[in-house]
Structure formats: C-alpha cells, structure tokens
Write a protein that binds this ligand. Structure first.
Ligand code: NAD
Length: 354
C-alpha cells in the first residue's frame, strides 16, 4: 500500500470508553445540544433501556423495547412514529446490532442523531451501514446519516452477556477485522486496527469463558470490538460476509454463530492470495495458520463449528453457493461455484479448514 498509495476516511464520531460511562448519557446529550432522546432496545434488555433512560435524567422521551434482529420494517415504522409523537430529537440505542440497527432506521428517514451504547461485540455502532427487512428480504445500504454521533462503550453492561453469545459475538467481530485486512479499500490504518482488534478480542475470550465477570477481559473484548467494528465501517467486505449474509437471509441462521462457523473456512479460501493479511493475523493469534488457529480457538471456547448444528440442511449448500457466485463482489481469490461448494461442505460438517 505504501508504494501504490491508499485512501482513508476517518469517520466523525465521539467515543467514550470506561466502566460506568452510561451514567454520562444526559451530559453527552447536553454536550451535543440535543433535547430529548427516545431509548431503543431489545425486549430482553428493557431493564438496560430503563437504566439508560434514568441516566438521561430529564432528557428521556421514552423507552421502546421492541428491537429485533434484521430490523423488520414494521418495527422501524413504529420507532419512527414513536419518536415523532414524543417529540424526540435523538435516539439512544442500547444493546446489540438489533437495537443500533433500529436507531439507524429512524436516523435514515428522520435524520435523528444516534447515541449508541453497545452491549455486544457486533460493531454496528462504528459503521454507516443500515439494514431493513421487508417481505422476507433484507436491504442494506450505506448512508453517513446513520453513523452514530457518539458511542459510549461501558464494559459493565457486557458483564451479563451470556458466555456463548460473548464467544460468537466476539468471533463475529474478528471476522470484520479479517476481511478488512484483504479488502480492496484497506489501508495501513485499517490493518493496524484489525491486527490489534483481533489480538485484544482473541486474548479476552478465553478469560471470559473462564469467568464471565472478569472485568479486565470484558473491557479488552469491548475495546477489540470497537477496533473490529471500525474496520468494518472503513472497508468493503468480501466472501465471508457475503456467505453469512446469504445464510442468514435465506435460511434464517443465527447471525453471530453463523459467522463463527464460516470464518475459518472463508479465511482458508483466501489465505493463499493474502500474505500480508496472514502475517498480521499470525502476529495477532501467535500461530502460523490463522484459519486453523481460529477453528481451534472456536473449539476451545465451546463455540459451534458446523452449520449443520445451526440447523442448515446439507441440501441447501448448492442454493447458497449459487446465490454467492451470481452476485459479483471483490474477493482476493476468484469465487468459483466448486470452491464455494467445497468451502460450505466443510463448514456444514464442522471439519477443519482446508
Ligand atoms: P442482537 O442485537 O440481536 O442481540 C442478541 C440478543 O442478545 C438480544 O436479545 C439482546 O437483547 C441480547 N443482549 C445484547 N446484549 C446483551 C447483554 N450485554 N447482556 C444480555 N443480553 C444481551 O445481536 P447482535 O449479534 O449484536 O446483532 C446482530 C444484528 O446486527 C444483525 O441483524 C446484523 O445484521 C446486525 N449488524 C449490523 C451491522 C452494521 O454495520 N449495520 C454490523 C453488525 C451487525
């Protein structure tokens, strides 16, 4: 990249990181000159939503605990109507990619700024990418309006993220970093964030599996998630993300576990053409074959390694491969039908990556 040159857009966000920073939500809105925020969260996290409303002090317009995976259009309409009815001039999205995605749906139409308080490692808070699902089809797009203006990373909110979800969400984050390293629009800045993000996350996950309440490990994982999310926000994703998008969209497989099962295989597919990415990942993982190291790590952490155990039928392999080869996108190694079928067969069966 130093000989050919590169481009990097620094995304305009204010980030605060630290245990207890959620208490500063009200002050943060004041700093931004915002009046009243609608709090968005998933039904399972209504208590965390209430905590955010309390932290907003006089600036809470209400709590809508209806966020769901992949932002169904009906929920987006409801949130937009609620924000307008309550006279909110901002949204506070507390939770994982689903809550932040709902905030993005409101920002996209009404331009309300988002303050994000992430509680998983999915990384949506660092990206200008939105998604909306209508009639069983998910549309996605990029729009600078949906990028949160502020992000408050409070590791204490992740202390109760169940161990299984912590692991798959963490490996979902690692997948962003991996694909950013060989993205067509990568840069030395992104590579630095990716390597450190993978290092921080993969060092933290074993400690979290040993003790979910390990505060130092939780903070390091959330920091890793930030870096990996920033990589996602800065670059174009390749084969791995296309595969997971097709598997999630067509077969309704769970988001983070699907990323976990596919990543070692997608990376193995691309490793031969991406020596700089392999070098960075080898440094971060302390192992010469990053694809194999990630597969081993998933096993040690007790994560699902086969698409079969996530509910995929073997007969669906051909259909997904077809979808993935018919939409053109950047990938360091040419994407062939045979190659993708072989990749999916190994991921389906839970075999080690080739
Ligand atoms: P999620 O937001 O759906 O959360 C999963 C479940 O975990 C929810 O029930 C939630 O309430 C609960 N949860 C979250 N944090 C918790 C915590 N700390 N303690 C206890 N429970 C907690 O899942 P996700 O994996 O974070 O997000 C997935 C969604 O985000 C998908 O729709 C995906 O497409 C989207 N996504 C979008 C982007 C983007 O850039 N636009 C990036 C990553 C993911």
């Amino acid at each position: 990249a130093f000989t050919t040159g590169f481009t990097y857009d620094a995304l305009p966000m204010h980030v605060r990181f630290g245990p207890g920073v959620i208490a500063e939500l009200g002050a943060e809105l004041g700093r931004l000159g915002l009046g009243r925020a609608l709090v968005l969260c998933s039904p399972e996290q209504e208590k965390t939503g209430e905590l955010a409303a309390e932290a907003l002090r006089g600036r809470a317009a209400g709590v809508l605990a209806q966020a769901r995976m992949h932002v169904p259009i009906e929920v987006a309409h409801l949130a937009r109507e609620r924000a307008a009815a309550l006279g909110a001039d901002a949204c506070v999205a507390v939770g994982g990619g689903s809550a932040i995605g709902l905030g993005k749906a409101v920002a996209l139409e009404q331009g309300l700024p988002i303050v994000a308080v992430p509680t998983t490692y999915a990384g949506s808070e660092m990206t200008p990418v939105w998604g909306l699902t209508e009639g069983g089809r998910k549309r996605t797009g990029r729009d600078p309006r949906v990028l949160p203006v502020s992000v408050l990373y409070d590791p204490e909110l992740t202390a109760d993220l169940p161990i299984g979800m912590s692991v798959t969400s963490g490996l979902n984050a690692v997948a962003h970093a991996v694909e950013s390293l060989y993205a067509p629009d990568s840069s030395p800045i992104v590579s630095m964030m990716a390597e450190e993000g993978v290092r921080a996350m993969t060092a933290a996950l074993p400690a979290i599996v040993a003790a979910g309440s390990d505060r130092d490990a939780r903070a390091r994982a959330l920091f890793g998630a930030w870096l990996c999310g920033a990589c996602l926000g800065a670059t174009t994703m390749s084969l791995h993300h296309k595969l997971c998008h097709a598997l999630g969209g067509t077969l309704d497989l769970p988001h983070a576990p699907t990323h976990t099962a596919v990543l070692p295989h997608a990376l193995a597919y691309n490793q031969r053409a991406t020596p700089a990415a392999v070098a960075a990942l080898s440094r971060a993982l302390g192992a010469g074959n990053p694809a194999r190291a990630l597969w081993d790590l998933a096993g040690e952490l007790g994560a699902p390694r086969s698409l079969a155990e996530l509910g995929m039928a073997e007969a669906d392999i051909a259909r997904i491969a077809e979808q993935v080869v018919t939409s053109p996108y950047a990938n360091p190694v040419p994407v062939t039908r045979d190659g993708v079928v072989r990749l999916l067969q190994a991921a389906w069966a839970g075999e080690p990556p080739a």
